[in-house]
Design a protein around this ligand. Structure first.
Ligand code: BT5
Length: 272
């Protein structure tokens, strides 16, 4: 990854602004780290040590960010928002597959509220102009008081084009230089939206689950696209993505009939 000199000029996250705003959101408790290998790793450790629901671990600079399937998430200093929210869900295990989808959907809506045309690509990449602006990694952690969920979110905010790690990435600054909100504003807006979206979904039972499913399908950039899904083991599925079912699986019409794929089964979904 190329890191330009710009990163030297970027100020750290303003701890006072974050603390002041989060004082108004008592169900989020901030742990701000100047540097951390991975906020998901830290939040997982805290969960095993007994930390309560609502711990928000934020790294000003994350040095070894984790993606899915042992991939990495790379962000230059001072340019990104990287955080993990520790949750202790009370919903049944069968509802857990919705957590990453709910998070991606909510992050896209939060970025849309800042003025970006952000869409979620199934299961949970957040895209602007077809490029990835945010990635989500939800991990289940076994603890003495039951399973916890670590909801990790990385958003490219100030990153310049030449600093982006892959050609398929974008940032808020690259997508719309005139709009770019502060990193503090993005962090606070997105974290509060994820917390609220999760609370409403968890408290709302089957009605809220059905509402989330239909809202997700309406917003998802993948539905209606011809796709290729790479499955583990090297097999590939091609067809048209037509729906996301109540279990969060992508419904694909193929030449051999309808197939449903769970997020855990998929290596890659790309437009044909
Ligand atoms: C993800 O994985 O997209 C999940 C990323 C989650 C990152 C957050 S940051 C806070 C928390 N703590 C962590 O340690 N992780 C979470 P996946 O779908 O596997 O995508 C990874 C792929 O995205 C990489 O292989 C690259 O191709 C690409 N990539 C890496 N860094 C990127 C970036 N900054 N922007 C866009 N794409 C990126």
């Amino acid at each position: 990854m190329v890191v330009t000199g710009d990163s030297d000029l970027r100020p750290p996250l303003d701890e006072h602004v974050l603390a002041e705003e989060l004082a108004l959101t008592p169900d989020l408790t901030l742990e701000l780290l100047a540097e951390s290998p991975s906020t998901n790793q830290v939040a997982g450790d805290r969960a095993r040590d007994g930390a309560p629901d609502g711990l928000l671990v934020v790294a000003d600079h994350q040095t070894a960010g984790r993606g899915r399937l042992d991939r990495t998430w790379e962000t230059p200093p001072g340019a990104a928002v990287t955080f993990s929210l520790l949750l202790r869900p009370t919903v049944p295990a069968s509802s857990w597959p919705w957590l990453p989808l709910l998070t991606g959907h909510t992050v896209a809506k939060a970025l849309a509220s800042f003025g970006y045309d952000a869409r979620v690509k199934w299961p949970n990449d957040v895209l602007i102009d077809g490029r990835k602006v945010a990635g989500i990694l939800v991990e289940r952690v076994e603890t003495d008081s039951g399973p916890a969920a670590v909801v990790g979110v990385g958003i490219n905010v100030l990153t310049e084009a030449e600093e982006l790690p892959v050609p398929t990435a974008t940032s808020l600054a690259v997508a719309h230089a005139d709009l770019t909100p502060t990193r503090e504003g993005v962090l606070l807006g997105v974290a509060a939206a994820v917390r609220e979206g999760y609370d409403a979904w968890q408290a709302g039972g089957s009605e809220a689950a059905a509402r989330l499913a239909s809202s997700y399908v309406a917003a998802c950039a993948t539905v209606g696209q011809d796709v290729r899904v790479d499955l583990p083991g090297g097999t590939t599925l091609t067809g048209r993505a037509v729906d996301v079912d109540l279990d969060g699986r992508l419904v694909v019409e193929t030449a051999d009939g309808v197939e449903k794929v769970g997020a855990g089964d998929v290596v890659h979904v790309v437009p044909e």
